[in-house]
Design a protein around this ligand. Structure first.
Ligand code: FEO
Length: 401
């Protein structure tokens, strides 16, 4: 029988491990080691559950609940977010506990109705509303568009626990539920990957919400997100990292993303990287079609510069690079510089098209002139590209100084 895991006095983790998940929220976020859908049980005078899990795992969640409360009924279900990884089991939950009172934000109620076509007696809550469940008081904090319109957090002041829903999540699937079991570096790295792939477009809102939470002066002993481990030892570091993510705080780092059939554009990418690298600036080089896109997004988050290369395909940018540039345009990046480059045969506009798309994504061009190579770069051409890399590195180092 699956059992609940106690995380505080009368508070339990009743979530599930999805060890086999390799694509989170579709193919755009490949992950390597699975994830968790975290749900929580609070046993007070009113028994309360926070969130459910994906529908296919609901039997496990129910077993974990019953391992603590047996056949007792549940009084309240808090719906922090209507996305199916947290609400897919909700209707099943209501079948098992038909007298449970569901609570959700206005946006949450609308999303639940539109997804599941079934009315429930939702009690609408908003930021600052408090629900007394006995010895504990649950305070709700809406966080719209981090990353759906309805995301909401719940804070218990008596236990100083913040149930943060998708915020501060990461993909670590483990029975060691706490951050300190995995080490600060791994936890922050996974949180960065999660943020870059799910939350990055909403940085302004994240920054405002972080400020709002700070202004509320809530003592926080534990942050319990909806994915991955629970923060208790690195809370300060996690909040600081989120501030850096939200403001696109960058390092002296260049990310080069390219696609190439005959290795001419690849040779350009590697020559530019050579110049950057030998100048002492960190440079990451990725052939887009051979790289886990989640890693590219993670590395981009704190890079100062992004260089994008593509050969010419039917008078166009390679379709995977075009898709990558389209994704950049949704990320609302700030403070980054960039440049396009191409090895072309007879159609000359590819690099200019890349540059235009970089600008559309809010990225400042390093220079107006396109970086173009007709067919195979010679040794002299490659040396010039390495010099360009050195110039880009100098620009970044001057910006840091
Ligand atoms: Fe974890 Fe927005 O779902």
């Amino acid at each position: 029988m699956k059992q609940a895991i106690k995380i505080a006095d009368q508070i339990y983790w009743v979530g599930v491990h999805d060890f086999n998940c390799r694509h989170f929220h579709g193919h755009m976020f490949p992950i390597s080691e699975g994830t968790t859908y975290n749900a929580y049980l609070i046993v007070d005078q009113q028994i309360t559950v926070i969130d459910t899990v994906e529908a296919e795992f609901m039997d496990i969640m129910l077993e974990r609940i019953r391992s603590v409360i047996g056949d007792q009924p549940v009084d309240n279900i808090i719906v922090q977010h209507g996305e199916p990884d947290h609400s897919g089991g909700f209707m099943r939950f209501m079948q098992e506990y038909p007298n449970a009172q569901p609570y959700a934000s206005q946006a949450g109620i609308q999303i639940m109705m539109k997804q599941y076509f079934k009315e429930y007696p939702y009690q609408k809550v908003k930021t600052g509303d408090t629900l007394c469940i006995g010895e504990r008081h649950l305070t709700f904090i809406e966080m719209p568009l981090i990353h759906w319109p309805d995301n909401m957090m719940t804070y218990i002041k008596e236990d100083e626990v913040l149930f943060s829903n998708d915020a501060f999540g990461q993909h670590i699937a483990s029975y060691d539920l706490y951050d300190d079991a995995h080490g600060q570096e791994k936890c922050l790295d996974r949180a960065k990957e999660y943020y870059a792939n799910i939350v990055m477009p909403y940085g302004d809102r994240v920054e405002k919400k972080l400020n709002d939470i700070a202004a509320m002066n809530l003592p926080i002993a534990m942050i319990a997100p909806s994915h991955g481990i629970i923060w208790r030892s690195y809370i300060k570091e996690c909040l600081a990292a989120y501030h850096d993510f939200a403001t696109f705080r960058s390092k002296p780092k260049v990310v080069i993303v390219y696609e190439s059939i005959w290795k001419h554009t690849q040779a350009m990418a590697e020559a530019i990287a050579e110049g950057i690298g030998r100048s002492g600036v960190c440079v990451k080089v990725y052939k887009e079609s051979q790289t886990n896109s989640a890693i590219i997004m993670k590395e981009l988050l704190d890079a100062k510069a992004v260089l994008v290369g593509s050969g010419c395909y039917n008078n166009e940018i390679a379709s995977n690079i075009a898709g990558f540039l389209n994704r950049l345009a949704t990320c609302h990046m700030k403070g980054k510089i960039g440049l396009g480059f191409t090895s072309y045969g007879w159609y000359r506009n590819t690099a200019a098209s890349i540059n235009q798309k970089l600008q559309d994504a809010g990225i400042t061009l390093i220079r107006e002139e396109s970086v173009m190579q007709n067919y195979t770069p010679s040794e002299a051409d490659l040396d010039q590209l390495s010099e360009l890399g050195e110039q880009i590195a100098a620009l970044i180092r001057n910006d840091e100084a």
